[in-house]
Design a binder for this molecule. Structure first.
Ligand SMILES: Cc1cc2nc3c(=O)[nH]c(=O)nc-3n(C[C@H](O)[C@H](O)[C@H](O)COP(=O)(O)O)c2cc1C
Length: 458
């Protein structure tokens, strides 16, 4: 595995992702999320900054938990409106060579045969630069719109997710031999039928005879990303994920999470050191400390507390409009996103958070640490997380778009390169990157396919 740290730009093809209200900041270009040119510019900037991937979050349904209606969410653009991220990827791939693309998809509301086809297509079109961020979805309104009366409970969602990936693995890994496609014009034989097999999957949720409808793509299976904090979520990450998102807000929480998921991965027969752990960060950088502080204050002034509460109400499946803003947040076990809850309760048992404090904190990048300072100070912090805590990389969360990205690329990345924390394109001594697939970027040259110890190969 590479020693360099890895960078994902964590974004969403929508007006707002995780900094509600920042679209009102002067000069913010979030409303351009519908424009191809906006995304090709983001792709070029991220590639210039040596990012490994642009990571698209995605949600199904609408944030109608707050106040028991959708008004706040719609008025304030809380992750709605949003475009389908996977359709944005080919345009971004066209203008880049090395940048990867992680796309979030829900195993609850699609079919594995269909998804396997879509990701094989994306992997072909991007020359092996695609990752799948597996989620199980949390909004009740998603269920209602996608053919269910009720959201499935979390256990059932994860049961389905387990089987969903099993089907995908069979389609991606087993259905077509490497040399199945012959393109023998003289014989009139495109594919050797002996080298394409059915998968005959019969399970509780899916019946898929196969074979896969696509020929093998450069990575076959896209790089698998996952972020689960509950017991089932951690188990799912340990069994499947190559990139794991730790959403714990404290160092202690991140350390505990990594130790736990690594030990579970070992139980699945995997080398725990082959998993890449990422944490979310919200860098707010200025040429001087005072400039960075001023920027932070200006950003805070644009946090929309009500919109943040609407977002968090969806994350927690709990109507926060019913609580007194100065009331202490009490721990609950939620069927939605447990990690968000844990961030303010279990992870920080000595600190009490009120509803208002949580909303103000989460208004800039939700639960992730804000790193405010000069490029040197920001890199000190990233270096600490990488060298001392052992995280492999960062999901860089935006506040103002595209300034958060351009600030990072123009101010922070030169310092990261200077310290050798990310590869410097001008450094001829850097090892060749193989064919340049996303998995090779994460695991090293020659590793375009899943590792042999991955459960999908066993
Ligand atoms: C960093 C991070 C990113 C996530 N991105 C998404 C997303 O884009 N869409 C989504 O539906 N869920 C997303 N989730 C939710 C998780 O994937 C997971 O489904 C959720 O946390 C519920 O499982 P858990 O209780 O085991 O954590 C994200 C969670 C984290 C921590």
């Amino acid at each position: 595995m590479s020693d360099h740290l890895h960078l994902n730009l964590f974004t969403m093809a929508s007006v707002e992702h995780v900094s509600p209200g920042s679209w009102t900041y002067p000069g913010d270009r979030s409303p351009e999320y519908t424009d191809r040119e906006y995304w090709t510019e983001v792709a070029r900037t991220a590639e210039r900054g040596g990012f490994d991937a642009v990571f698209f979050a995605d949600v199904r349904g609408i944030y109608d938990v707050y106040g028991d209606d959708r008004e706040t969410a719609v008025e304030k653009a809380v992750q709605t409106p949003a475009s389908d991220p996977q359709l944005v990827v080919p345009a971004m791939a066209e203008v880049t060579d090395d940048l990867g693309f992680a796309v979030t998809r829900s195993t609850t509301y699609t079919h594995p045969y269909q998804l396997a086809r879509e990701f094989s297509t994306l992997d072909h079109l991007t020359d092996g630069r695609v990752a799948l961020n597996v989620v199980t979805s949390y909004l009740q309104s998603a269920a209602e719109n996608l053919g269910l009366d009720e959201r499935m409970d979390k256990e059932t969602r994860y049961d389905r997710a387990d089987e969903f990936l099993d089907v995908c693995y069979e389609l991606w890994e087993e259905s077509w031999d490497d040399d199945a496609v012959e393109i023998d014009r003289e014989a009139g034989r495109y594919t050797d039928p002996e080298k394409v097999s059915a998968i005959d999957h019969e399970g509780e949720h899916f019946s898929v005879p196969g074979p896969h409808g696509c020929e093998p793509s450069p990575q076959r299976t896209p790089v698998i990303y996952q972020a689960g904090s509950s017991d089932r979520g951690r188990e799912f990450a340990a069994a499947n994920a190559e990139g794991v998102f730790a959403s714990q807000p404290t160092e202690e929480g991140v350390r505990e999470y990594m130790t736990d998921v690594k030990s579970r991965a070992a139980d699945h027969g995997r080398d725990p050191e082959s998993l890449n752990f990422f944490i979310g960060v919200v860098p707010i950088v200025g040429e001087t400390e005072a400039a960075a502080e001023a920027k932070h204050e200006a950003y805070k002034a644009h946090v929309d507390v009500e919109a943040t509460l609407a977002l968090l109400s969806g994350f927690l499946d709990m109507d926060l409009s019913e609580l007194d803003p100065d009331q202490k947040v009490e721990h609950i076990e939620t069927d939605a996103i447990q990690g968000t809850m844990n961030a303010f309760t279990k992870a920080q048992p000595d600190r009490e958070w009120t509803v208002r404090e949580v909303a103000e904190f989460c208004g800039l990048g939700t639960t992730s640490p804000k790193i405010v300072g000069t490029p040197e100070q920001v890199v000190d912090e990233l270096e600490y997380w990488h060298e001392e805590v052992g995280v492999h990389g960062f999901n860089v969360k935006e506040v103002v778009r595209p300034d958060s990205l351009t600030d990072f690329v123009d101010l922070v990345v030169p310092e990261l390169r200077e310290r050798g924390l990310v590869p410097d394109p001008d450094d001829a001594g850097d090892a060749p990157r193989g064919d340049g697939t996303l998995r090779e970027r994460l695991l090293g040259p020659g590793q375009s396919g899943l590792r042999e110890d991955h459960p999908a190969k066993q």
